[in-house]
Each structure stands twice: as structure tokens, then as C-alpha cells.
Design a protein around this ligand. Structure first.
Ligand SMILES: Cc1cc2nc3c(=O)[nH]c(=O)nc-3n(C[C@H](O)[C@H](O)[C@H](O)COP(=O)(O)OP(=O)(O)OC[C@H]3O[C@@H](n4cnc5c(N)ncnc54)[C@H](O)[C@@H]3O)c2cc1C
Length: 492
């Protein structure tokens, strides 16, 4: 199999009058955006930490410190259980906020990073819940004079059968354990996205089911009027966020814009673009590089929403996605009929030029990861946000017939005097490049040869997750700081 590097090296066109000024202003906006984003990140992280500290402080003030330090053995165990339960509930609420599509969270971290933080917190929360249950049960057993594993088991049975609240809490714990188990990578792959997603949605039920036992008499959640007010505010705030941003806003937006399929176009083997039109799309706050969760209102596709990035910069009249048929749902997209109603949840993602502060831009894509990259290039060209030659596009594919949207990239690059290189060839183990591209040596040095001045670029990358990790490593080794690398992961 051959490898090849092909260049669309455009002549150095003179910049359109006013372009330098537009570039300068765009970079200035990037600096201001980064400053605002940092302030917002600090605020959000401080808020999350403050909730944790508040929970621990309330526990200590409401008698927890006494039980922990001077209580009998059973009381001490119970105190540990109470504290871990409080902290677990707090972290669970933070997790729900991270997944609630809150616009400020999305803008600061991007949905993929927010969901990654959500997953990492989940790895702490579920063990904490188990410690909570274990220490409460053993603490009560010791207090009641029931000893040994048999004693703890009898205590657990007595608790669960003793009232609806604790039975519901036990179901909530089981649900959280099932969610944690099905979130392990191997289980997730086996289960498939849709089944995993349905299981995951039961986390909301778990939170709701756990609330009654937290409100029962003598609970730490109701120990004082302040504590009660604190927890109710937190619950209502989180429930409001989920309902507003995950449910109400997508419904209202979909109704307002009335998106419908306009046409479906075959781009290359197994890849189709869907163009959608709707009302007032110019008022939709969406940028190139972002994605929506799309739900097509047609039998077979209605029940699940899938994330697809915009493959064209939004122009206020239409939205376009380009889909590779990887599974049942994505392959069915090609049969969509014009006029099909579309529900779109979004826009999401921080893979935009909002935070760009460097003049030179490297756009690097592999496979269907080209979609948001194509949109970003169009935006840079259309808005005149780059001087001729300042944008370098690298497009990686295994074979020449696997380059959807290549013609469009070529036309855009040519129009604005930018540079496009295709890197075609079978995958090389441990390398992001095909054999021979950029000469010999490490990926970092080969990439630096392909992209002169690489260390000074703002880098945007999108492609399969394993390939993206290689790109990350190579561009950082070539001297690009992490803060100038932006990515979008097509994974869950
Ligand atoms: C932010 C984002 C943007 C994306 N943009 C594009 C795009 O522009 N064009 C494009 O062709 N694809 C894109 N994808 C991938 C696309 O969402 C999946 O290929 C699609 O959902 C597969 O659905 P399916 O039911 O046909 O496939 P399945 O048979 O369910 O699975 C096929 C493959 O797709 C993966 N997949 C399934 N569902 C999802 C999901 N919800 N999120 C991520 N991966 C999934 C599976 O792990 C599997 O590898 C994007 C994914 C993300 C997360």
C-alpha cells in the first residue's frame, strides 16, 4: 500500500484590504475570552469546593465532631457513615451539574471535558456511597450489640425492611452500583451507547430515591434550619438546571427554529451530508466547530439522539452535518426524506476559534474528524480572520477514497491562500502519520517539518481518540503549549 503526501500549496495571495485589522481584532477577542473563561473556571471550581466545605462544616457543627472524636465505637462508625453520605450526595449533585449542559460549564470546559470530570467524580462517589452504607450498618449493629458479619447482615435487613425510606435508599444504592459497573470501559463497549445511556439516566432516579431517607427525623440533612435550607436550595438548583438546560431549552429551541431536513447528499462511500433549514437560524448562538445531539422525527430514528458536528460554518439560513455510517443509526441517515422534522439539542462544545490568540493556525483532522475542521476553515476564510498562508490544514486518511469533503477544503484553502496537505496511507503503529510523510524521525520532528513554525501555531485537532492522543503528544513535544491545543473527541 502506498503512502502519499499531497499538497495544495496556494500562491501567496495579497490579503484582502482590512484583513490584518480583522485578524488583530479576532486575536484580541481571543485574549479577552480566555481571561473571562479563566475567571469563570475559577468561580465554578471555587463554588464546587465551597459546597464540599459547607457540607463538612455543617456536619461538624451539628454534632459530627463530637461523635467522631469522643463517641463510642458504634457512634464513631455511624459518624463516618453520615459524613461519607453527605459528601457523596454533594458530589453526586456536582456530577449532575457537570452533565446538565449548563452553558457556562460547556463554555469553560467543553462538554467532553465536563463529562470526563463527571466520570472521574463518579469513581469517587460510588465507593463513598458504599462506605456510607457499610459504616452506617456496622455502626448500628455495634450499637445494638449485634456482632460479626451475621449481625451486620441482620441489621441491614432490619433497616431495609423497616421503612420505605431506607428501602428506596437501598434501591438508589443498587442503581448507582449498576451505573458504575456499566461505566467501566469494557462493559460500556459491550453494552453499546444506547443501552448504556438508558442505564445512566437512572442516576436521576437514584438521587430522587435517596432524598426521603435524608429528610427523615434526626438526619444530618435536616439538623438545623440552615442545613435544611442549604440542601433544599442545592436540590432545587440542580433539578432546575437539568430541567431547564437538558429538557426545556432543547424543546423550546426546536419548536422555535422548526428545523427540517432539506436534502441529503452523498459525499463519499458511506458518508452523507444532511442539510437542514429552519426559522431564525441567524439568532441561534452557534459557531463553527460545535455539535448538536440530533434526533430525527421518523420511525426508527426518533428514540435516540446522536452527536454530530456541524460540517459547515453556520450561515444563519441552514445547518449541515456530515455523517459516516458506522452503525445502524448513522447508516440510516442517508434515507432521511426532505421535510423530516429534526429535534436538535445544543449547540455544545468548546472546539471553536473563540479562544484563539495566535495568528498561525494548524487544523489537523483524520477520517470523519474532518467535519468540524472543515467548518472552522470556512469560518476563518469567510470572516477574514486569517492572513493568506496563515492556516495550515493536515488531513489524514488511510486511503485516497476516504477523504470526504476534501474538494471543499481544497476550494476554501485555495480561495484564501492557505495550505492543505493530505496524508494518505495505512496506519503505522504508534505514529499519527503515514510512512514517509515528513521524512524520518519522531512524529514531533516529522510534523514540524511538514508545518514550518509549528510551535507558534494554535492547533485544532479532531479524529479517532487513539490518533488524537498521538497528535497531542507530538505537537506538545514540538513545542506547542497545552493551552494552545483544542480538540473534539468523537467518543462517549
Ligand atoms: C461530539 C461528537 C461529535 C461527533 N461528530 C460526528 C460527525 O460530525 N460525523 C460523524 O460521522 N460522526 C460524529 N460523531 C460520532 C457519531 O456520534 C457516532 O458515530 C454515531 O453516534 C454512531 O451511532 P450509531 O447508532 O450509528 O452507531 P453504533 O452502532 O451505536 O456505534 C458505532 C460506533 O459509534 C460509536 N458511537 C455510538 N453512539 C455514539 C455517541 N452517542 N457518541 C459517540 N460515539 C458513539 C460507538 O462507540 C461505535 O464505535 C461525533 C461524536 C461526538 C461525541
Amino acid at each position: 500500500m502506498i503512502s502519499c503526501v499531497s499538497n495544495t500549496m496556494t500562491s501567496q495571495r495579497p490579503a484582502h484590504p482590512g484583513t490584518s485589522e480583522r485578524v488583530r481584532r479576532a486575536l484580541g477577542r481571543g485574549v479577552a475570552f480566555r481571561r473571562r473563561r479563566q475567571r469563570l473556571a475559577d468561580l465554578l471550581e471555587a463554588l464546587a469546593l465551597a459546597t464540599l466545605l459547607a457540607v463538612v462544616a455543617q456536619f461538624l457543627v451539628n454534632g459530627g465532631s463530637h461523635d467522631l472524636l469522643t463517641g463510642a465505637a458504634g457512634d464513631r462508625l455511624t459518624a463516618v457513615g453520615r459524613l461519607t453520605g453527605l459528601v457523596a450526595m454533594d458530589l453526586l449533585l456536582v456530577q449532575l451539574v457537570l452533565a446538565a449542559r449548563v452553558p457556562w460549564v460547556d463554555r469553560v470546559y467543553g462538554l467532553d471535558r465536563a463529562l470526563k470530570a463527571h466520570r472521574v467524580l463518579g469513581r469517587v462517589t460510588v465507593p463513598l456511597v458504599l462506605v456510607h452504607v457499610g459504616t452506617i450498618v456496622v455502626g448500628a449493629a455495634v450499637g445494638d450489640g449485634r456482632t460479626g458479619p451475621g449481625g451486620a447482615l441482620r441489621e441491614l435487613l432490619a433497616m431495609v425492611t423497616g421503612g420505605d425510606d431506607l428501602l428506596m435508599a437501598a434501591i438508589a444504592t443498587l442503581l448507582l452500583v449498576v451505573i458504575a459497573v456499566t461505566s467501566v470501559q469494557i462493559a460500556r463497549r459491550r453494552l453499546g451507547y444506547e443501552a448504556w445511556h438508558v442505564v445512566h439516566l437512572t442516576a436521576y432516579a437514584a438521587v430522587v430515591l435517596s432524598v426521603p431517607h435524608e429528610l427523615s427525623l434526626g438526619s444530618d440533612f435536616t439538623a438545623s434550619p440552615w442545613t435544611r435550607a442549604y440542601w433544599w436550595s442545592l436540590w432545587l438548583l440542580v433539578a432546575g438546571s437539568v430541567l431547564l438546560w437538558r429538557v426545556a431549552l432543547p424543546v423550546v429551541r426546536s419548536a422555535r427554529h422548526g428545523l427540517r431536513v432539506d436534502r441529503v447528499v452523498e459525499e463519499s462511500d458511506g458518508v452523507w451530508s444532511v442539510v437542514m433549514r429552519g426559522r431564525h437560524l441567524d439568532r441561534l448562538d452557534v459557531r463553527a466547530g460545535q455539535f448538536f445531539n440530533w434526533r430525527f422525527v421518523t420511525p426508527g430514528l426518533l428514540l435516540s439522539a446522536h452527536p454530530w458536528s456541524l460540517s459547515a460554518a453556520p450561515d444563519g439560513r441552514s445547518l449541515r452535518i456530515t455523517v459516516r455510517g458506522l452503525g445502524d443509526h448513522s447508516a440510516a441517515v442517508r434515507h432521511l426524506k426532505p421535510g423530516t422534522f429534526v429535534l436538535a439539542e445544543g449547540p455544545y462544545g468548546a472546539f471553536t476559534t473563540r479562544a484563539r490568540v495566535r495568528r498561525h493556525v494548524l487544523l489537523i483532522a483524520a477520517g470523519i474528524g474532518v467535519t468540524p475542521v472543515r467548518a472552522l476553515l470556512e469560518e476563518l476564510v469567510r470572516e477574514g480572520h486569517a492572513l493568506p498562508g496563515d492556516v495550515h490544514v493536515l488531513y489524514r486518511a488511510d486511503a485516497p477514497d476516504q477523504l470526504p469533503l476534501h474538494g471543499e477544503l481544497e476550494r476554501l484553502a485555495d480561495l484564501a491562500g492557505h495550505r492543505l496537505q493530505t496524508l494518505v496511507g495505512p496506519p503505522e503503529v504508534g505514529s499519527l502519520l503515514p510512512a514517509g510523510a515528513g521524512g524520518d524521525g519522531s512524529d514531533a520532528s516529522r510534523l514540524a517539518r511538514l508545518v514550518p513554525g509549528l510551535a507558534g501555531h494554535e492547533v485544532y485537532l479532531c479524529g479517532p481518540p487513539a490518533w488524537m492522543s498521538l497528535v497531542h503528544r507530538a505537537v506538545q513535544r514540538a513545542g506547542v503549549p497545552r493551552t494552545h491545543i483544542h480538540d473534539e473527541r468523537f467518543g462517549w
